[in-house]
Ligand binder design. Structure first.
Ligand code: GUN
Ligand code: ZN
Length: 433
């Protein structure tokens, strides 16, 4: 057993969801501590208590820095790393102009390996320790990401993107049968191996036939511990397109529901322009929405009603949606979520933003208590945030009258320079154990 490590700093914990229970459900202990051993958090408490109880532990003292769970980015496309920040297109043109040509390059496993490693290093530098990622149509793109995650000790959720309609380019098409077969083989190879979890991944209804959605719904029924991930109601043009392709469906969500792709563990990215029935059904079934604010503003999609969805009983997580989103940083993503909230007349509190980026995302992935939480038994994935990382942030934080005022400038203006350390599976990245 390695020596237990005692991490000291300002520790962030939640006793409930601050959207539902108020800001009092979030706690920052100015002199907190975590005991880490064997990749897990073994104890939490005050520095004084844990020092006394564990006098031989190795001490890592982060002083005034915020010690929190590593960020959980619940919707990303790692293959879009190379085309992030591509100019001037809305969703369907953006996919055809930038995304699909780039994803076609992943037929080369060497390219997939290069981008998977680059992507995970970028997110770790931003304090993100778990991502739920789409790969490309190529099974090798899934192997590349899970292999890169394994090398880094990361808990990653991922799956082969499935597209079998002529709305996708020929080089990126599979079939209902090959999508089923390849996804099944990948589940057998990767799901629950080490920290890997598989997500069955129909890209979205416009690029799948009903037969493919049905095949993937059957696969989910056979492997219910997998997640499923897809897109829902991101842009109004897309919704009209879905209506024309699935004329008998009651709404966009119904295209998934009819094929066995609705339930707890289903992750719907965006979910902006929802019908009342869709909200009711997601709440009834426990399906999750993943809010992607930088993407929704960058691609011009709209303003998701995050607080309203949570109040109606839907689990909601937060995500960068790289590369539709314009940043790898969950700090930048929280800033964008705040701005979207302002434009809807409901500014999100820093405690709510931090909850979305940790507990909220973990809950949509059915990983509550495993990641995204500082508590005994949770996996020791941590982000340590310097709350005065630039002169601009420091001068604002210096005026703070409480901890939330001290944190908020970093959420709004922070970037990778604010990440003092990232811990994965009980080890600080870049440091010898
Ligand atoms: N809808 C279908 N595919 C995508 C994608 O790659 N990015 C975004 N933002 N929306 C999508
Ligand atoms: Zn997406």
């Amino acid at each position: 057993m390695p020596t237990p490590t005692l991490i000291l700093g300002q520790t962030l914990t939640f006793t409930g969801n601050p959207f539902l229970e108020g800001i009092g459900a979030a706690h920052v202990d100015p002199q907190g501590a975590l005991l880490i051993e064997g990749g897990r958090i073994r104890a939490t408490g005050t520095a004084a208590t844990l020092r006394k109880a564990h006098p031989s532990a190795r001490i890592v003292d982060y002083g005034q820095a915020l010690v929190m769970p590593g960020f959980v980015d619940a919707h990303v496309h790692y293959p879009q790393t190379g085309i992030i920040a591509s100019w001037g297109k809305r969703l369907i043109d953006w996919l055809n102009t930038y995304t699909f040509p780039e994803e076609a390059r992943f037929s080369d496993p060497a390219y997939a390996t290069e981008i998977a490693g680059r992507y995970l290093d970028l997110v770790l530098a931003n304090g993100t320790t778990t991502v739920a990622s789409y790969c490309t149509i190529h099974p090798e793109s899934v192997d590349a990401l899970f292999t890169a995650a394994e090398t880094r000790g990361m808990r990653v959720i991922a799956g082969k993107t499935c597209m079998d309609r002529d709305t996708a380019p020929p080089s990126l098409r599979d079939t209902a049968q090959s999508a089923y077969d390849h996804s099944k083989a990948l589940i057998e190879r990767w799901h629950q191996k080490g920290r890997a979890l598989y997500a069955i991944t129909p890209r979205f209804s416009p690029t799948s036939t009903p037969e493919q959605l049905q095949a993937l719904g059957s696969l989910w029924a056979e492997h219910p511990s997998c997640a499923i991930q897809t897109h829902l109601s991101e842009q109004t043009d897309e919704i009209a397109w879905v209506k024309s392709l699935y004329p008998e469906a009651r709404d966009y969500l119904d295209t998934y529901e009819q094929h066995g792709l609705l339930g707890s563990g289903a992750l719907y990215g965006h979910a902006i322009h929802l019908e009342p029935r869709e909200i009711t059904r997601m709440a009834e079934t426990g399906a999750g929405v993943v809010h992607c604010p930088t993407s929704n503003t960058f691609i011009g999609s709209g303003l998701c009603d995050v607080a309203g969805l949570i109040e109606q009983g839907i689990p909601v997580g937060l995500a960068t949606d790289t590369g539709g989103g314009s940043s790898f940083s969950m700090l930048r993503t929280m800033a964008s979520a705040y701005e979207v909230g302002q434009l809807r007349g409901r500014p999100l509190h820093p405690a709510e933003l931090l909850w979305l980026a940790t507990e909220g995302s973990a809950a949509t992935l059915r990983l509550s208590g495993t990641i995204g939480r500082l508590a005994p038994g949770a996996e020791a994935d941590l982000a340590v945030i310097n709350l005065a990382s630039t002169p601009a942030i420091a001068q604002r934080a210096n005026r703070a009258e409480d901890i939330w005022e001290a944190i908020f400038p970093t959420l709004m203006m922070g970037d990778d320079r604010a990440i003092r350390a990232t811990w994965v599976n009980g080890l600080e990245i870049g440091k010898a154990p």
